[in-house]
Design a protein around this ligand. Structure first.
Ligand SMILES: [Zn+2]
Length: 219
């Protein structure tokens, strides 16, 4: 399995292309088709995008979603609590930048906490970790976890925007720390660098007691 980070430079948002043989999935949708194609071509034979998984409904993670779906015609999976926000520029926060609503309807699918999918060769488990937004989720593939804006290397996601909730976030982070993160070797977040389990534990134990998650550079 290969994990390739593709950054949307405008928003500093990390998308992850996960490939296994001829199968690929994309986590988050702010990378444009050209970027995705360039990275797919690095593997021979060129893998096919089978699905897109969205860590949460904020615009900086979905800005290229319609273009990607048009190109790859694959299903898009998002938490059941985040889906409706895709179609509302206030709820996807694009009102803070360039307002848009996602147009695609048919290929947008929802998952519930604990759902598991086999996409070709790739097994992915989905966990609902709300607090940064209503639909914030983490995905586990093998011993890697994709955490979106739930947690970063040195901070946690802000909880002061639409759908955010500090108390709910605290419950999600405790669950992550005590349960979901066990056995995970590397965490891949929506912004900034990857980090390991030791880093996550240090970060969460420190931050859960602090007034954190108010960094205003990320949505
Ligand atoms: Zn966000």
């Amino acid at each position: 399995m290969k994990i390739i980070k593709i950054i949307n430079e405008k928003y500093g948002q990390n998308n992850y292309l996960v490939t296994s043989g001829k199968d690929a999935i994309l986590i988050d949708a702010s990378a444009n088709v050209t970027q995705v194609e360039e990275n797919l071509k690095l593997s021979i034979p060129k893998p096919i995008i089978r699905a897109i998984f969205i860590t949460h409904e904020h615009f900086d993670h979905i800005v290229e979603l319609d273009n990607l779906v048009k190109k790859y015609k694959c299903p898009v999976f998002i938490c059941e609590y985040g889906k409706s926000c895709l179609y509302n520029e206030k709820q996807n926060l694009s009102i803070l930048d360039i307002p848009f609503k996602v147009k695609e309807k048919k290929l947008i699918k929802t998952f519930k906490d604990g759902a598991e999918f086999d996409i070709g060769d790739i097994n992915i488990k989905c966990y609902h970790t709300p607090g940064h937004s209503m639909g914030s989720s983490c995905f586990v593939i093998g011993d890697s976890m994709f955490v979106g804006d739930t947690v970063f290397k040195t901070d946690i996601g802000r909880s002061d925007l639409f759908g955010g909730d500090k108390e709910v976030q605290k419950i999600s982070l405790i669950r992550l720390n005590q349960d979901l993160a066990q056995g995970i070797k590397m965490f891949y977040s929506g912004h900034g660098a990857n980090f390991d389990l030791e880093n996550l534990k240090y970060n969460l134990e420190y931050l859960l007691g602090e007034d954190s998650g108010t960094e205003e550079t990320n949505f």
